[in-house]
Design a protein around this ligand. Structure first.
Ligand code: ADP
Ligand code: MG
Length: 351
């Protein structure tokens, strides 16, 4: 009969559901690193070090000196939707931490092997425990520990063969990881960061806490970049509304690069905003037609309730209220800055 050709609907196994979702949160090694470093920042760390083997496919290890994880929380630490950062839906509007949905660690346990070592203040020893598919593989084992948390993720995508194959060029992801840590480092100047390949004695990113943003840009992106950047600030045209505040650095006419570097933090979250990036590129090509693609580091503060942080599983793109107005205010600020500096430059040349 005709019943045969109608496909039957079945409920997917929870483990299948979890692995599919996990593949969205952890798209590649660099996404795991981002989640781990954000957790370390959320834990109030002042020192974060990252070690990577085989572009992150073999090993990602993030060590911090943050507040650690309670012993009692270890059993549910890597379950999906367990978090210390959010309790009601309304909290999403005001949440200041970078994490909020309790999915990152869980996801990593569905697509890799996760081991957590952690100690909380006042304890004589820490605990170490490994996780698979959201649950502990054994009881936490007491171990020596100094302060904070170390999380290792091994054999990423061991159970997702297509993903594993497509990510075989591991150098590519190491470059992305170095770039990511560089971005965190220039923004979080109270934190010292390091990032190196497993077995290497030299770190590829290394910053010391408590320098200025300018110093950290110089140490991370190089002396030549630091020579060619201008400090920029902007805020709402209407001072009593004062809903938006911007500061950062943008490159001048002498800066040379093949592609745009845009480091954007909105309310201290590292995010992308394609519309803003394009808008600034337009200003550069109109104001400095001979200049190369720009370097931009911007931090934008907005009322927390104006930013929607929950539009993407990786939390990477955000949208915010009055986006068009704010973008055009920023365009004006960049244009004014570039025109002023350009006229200073050409006067210097004329003299
Ligand atoms: P989220 O960050 O969205 O809460 P995660 O899965 O990333 O979800 O982490 C779950 C919980 O584990 C966090 O809410 C936090 O309490 C704890 N945690 C994770 N990493 C660390 C860390 N490095 N230091 C202290 N606590 C951590
Ligand atoms: Mg998190």
């Amino acid at each position: 009969g005709s019943e045969k050709i109608i496909p039957k609907i079945r409920r997917l196994d929870q483990s299948v559901v979890n692995r599919i979702a996990a593949g969205e949160v952890v798209q590649r090694p660099v996404s795991a690193v981002k989640e781990l470093v954000e957790n370390s920042l959320d834990a109030g760390s002042t020192s974060i070090s990252v070690v990577v083997k085989d572009g992150g496919m073999k090993l990602i290890q993030v060590t911090d000196n943050g507040h650690g994880i309670r012993f009692d929380d270890l059993p549910i630490l890597c379950e999906r939707h367990t978090t210390s950062k959010l309790s009601t839906y309304e909290d999403l509007q005001t949440v200041k931490s970078m994490g909020f949905r309790g999915e990152a660690l869980a996801s990593m346990t569905y697509v890799g092997h996760v081991t957590v070592t952690t100690i909380t203040e006042g304890r004589l020893h820490g605990y170490r425990v490994s996780y698979r598919d959201g649950v502990m593989e054994h009881d936490p084992k007491p171990c020596a520990a100094v302060k904070g948390t170390q999380i290792t993720v091994e054999n990423l995508f061991y159970n997702m063969l297509a993903r594993k194959k497509s990510l075989q060029n591991s150098n590519d992801d190491y470059t992305k990881i170095v770039d990511l840590i560089s971005r965190f480092a220039i923004h979080n100047i109270h934190v010292s960061f390091s990032c190196r390949k497993h077995g290497a004695n030299r770190a590829d990113v290394h910053t010391i806490a408590a320098c200025t943003k300018f110093d950290s840009i110089r140490s991370v992106f190089g002396v030549s970049v630091s020579h060619d950047i201008l400090e920029i600030t902007a805020s709402d045209d209407n001072p009593d509304r004062s809903v938006f505040k911007l500061n950062g650095f943008v490159s001048n006419a002498n800066y040379i690069a093949k592609k745009t570097t845009m480091v954007l933090f909105i309310n201290d979250r590292l995010v992308e905003c394609t519309a803003l990036k394009r808008a600034i590129e337009v200003v550069y090509s109109a104001t400095l037609p001979k200049a190369s693609k720009p370097f931009i580091y911007m931090t934008i503060q907005l009322p927390h309730e104006h930013v929607d942080v929950n539009i993407h599983p990786t939390k990477r793109e955000v949208s915010f209220l009055n986006q068009e107005n704010i973008i055009s205010t920023i365009q004006n600020a960049v244009e004014t800055k570039l025109m002023n500096s350009n006229s200073i430059l050409s006067k210097e040349i004329a003299v």
